[in-house]
Design a protein around this ligand. Structure first.
Ligand code: CMC
Length: 388
């Protein structure tokens, strides 16, 4: 096989050059376009961060106003998308619904095939960021058996999403500002994370020059898995199964014996505390001030305390990741666990598109086409059925 290297999970292979997100996993550093995640979470908004990821610079006031205006007027989806979503089973997983419906958008916007035209790429970018919360909220209302709520374009991005999710009367849903801000911070933290599994999927599928809706559908599919975006859902199921703080030591022993993984722990790149987990832990406190403390928090804190001192986790450099505390917030917001990965997919859309835009304009980028180490039989004689 000559000089070919075997790297089955790309643990040591750079698949692209990128100027979007920087991670130093040993130091626990995350930056978007050079801005530390802590500063963005403290001072920015998700919609501004989406602009930053896509354009590479923070917007001026006029640029931000125009960006918000463009996104706001594209929040509606075609009525047939709504009908299409109504066709899913009553108990359909919202992430499956999101994956199918975002992929279906390519059939509503056939112009999206022209990925060489910058104007065209811009409009599809706006549409994707604008429509993802609408699709997500429709999937939620479907799971709840409730009528869909149309976007309200008088509301800002997170407020509009919360209104589509929770509106019950003629009046707009008015979230507590602390909850709305915590959601915006969660969106900022989830917006991009360099070449994670779903972003790699978007780039690999997009490298065939397919339209961005199909590429993003691949990203949603990858994010659905329990080792990636589905981990926040798996964490909550795990905490509920542990039941009480007293059961934690026994559960940890089971993890060390290899019975199962401690979900929400460990990361391919971070060999230190995930900086996003630290910020989410603080955001959870803000939300619990409004909603009351989630009783599962006690179990999560005990798991973290024991794991951070235990030789098994210390020697493997396993720390809490972004998914460890986010589910506790989502549950406090009244979301079913099946919605948790959807809450990850909404903001990750801006990262996926930023990476897709970078890829399609990269002159070095060819179709993603890895090689393999062949381990099967060679050149055999075909055996007719009667002789087998
Ligand atoms: N619980 C117990 N042991 C673990 C865990 C865990 N959560 N994660 C890794 N290990 C062990 C693993 O068994 C291995 O042990 P050994 O060397 O004895 O075989 C060692 O640590 C190295 O793990 P790995 O599987 O080689 O690490 P990886 O880089 O391939 O996997 C991971 C990274 C995130 C998939 C993994 O840590 C994991 O499955 N964590 C739980 C799921 C999770 O929380 N995923 C969210 C990731 S962050 C956000 C996102 O991407 O969505």
């Amino acid at each position: 096989f000559g000089l070919m290297t075997y790297d089955p999970a790309f643990t040591n292979t750079a698949s692209c050059r990128s100027a979007i997100t920087f991670i130093d996993g040993d130091a626990g550093i995350l930056e978007y376009r050079g801005y530390p995640i802590e500063q963005l979470a403290e001072q920015s908004t998700y919609i501004e961060v989406a602009y930053l990821l896509i354009h590479g610079e923070l917007p001026t006031k006029d640029q931000l106003d125009q960006w918000c205006q463009e996104i706001t007027i594209h929040t509606f989806v075609h009525e047939n998308v709504k009908s299409f979503m109504q066709g899913f089973r009553h108990d359909a997983h919202p992430m499956g619904m999101l994956c199918g419906s975002v992929g279906a958008l390519s059939t509503f916007y056939p112009d999206a095939n022209d990925i060489q035209d910058p104007e065209n790429r811009h409009i599809q970018t706006i549409r994707l960021i604008a429509k993802m919360p609408t699709l997500a909220a429709f999937a939620f209302r479907h799971a709840m058996g409730q009528p869909y709520v149309y976007p309200d374009n008088d509301l800002p991005y997170p407020g509009n999403f919360l209104n589509m999710m929770y509106k019950m009367t003629e009046l707009k849903y008015e979230p507590d500002p602390r909850v709305a801000r915590a959601l915006d911070v969660l969106f900022i933290l989830h917006a991009d994370h360099e070449q994670n599994c779903s972003t790699n999927a978007v780039r690999a599928v997009g490298s065939s020059q397919v339209d961005p809706y199909s590429a993003v559908a691949a990203g949603v599919a990858a994010l659905y898995g329990p080792l990636h975006g589905g981990a926040n859902e798996a964490v909550l199921r795990m905490l509920a199964r542990i039941q009480t703080k007293d059961n934690v030591p026994q559960f940890i022993e089971g993890v060390k014996a290899g019975n199962e993984k401690l979900m929400g722990f460990g990361h391919r790149v971070y060999k230190n505390y995930d900086p996003r987990a630290r910020i989410i832990k603080a955001a959870a406190d803000d939300v619990f001030e409004v909603t009351g403390v989630n009783p599962l928090l006690e179990i999560a804190l005990e798991l973290e305390k024991i794991a951070l001192e235990d030789e098994y986790f210390v020697s493997r450099k396993l720390y809490p990741n972004v998914d460890f505390y986010s589910g506790l917030i989502y549950e406090a917001l009244g979301l079913p666990v099946s919605m948790f990965p959807v809450m990850f997919a909404i903001p990750r859309t801006s990262g996926w598109i930023a990476q897709w835009l970078e890829m399609v304009q990269d002159k070095e980028q060819k179709i993603a086409r890895p090689r393999q180490i062949y381990t099967g039989e060679r050149t055999r004689e075909y055996v007719p059925m009667g002789s087998r």
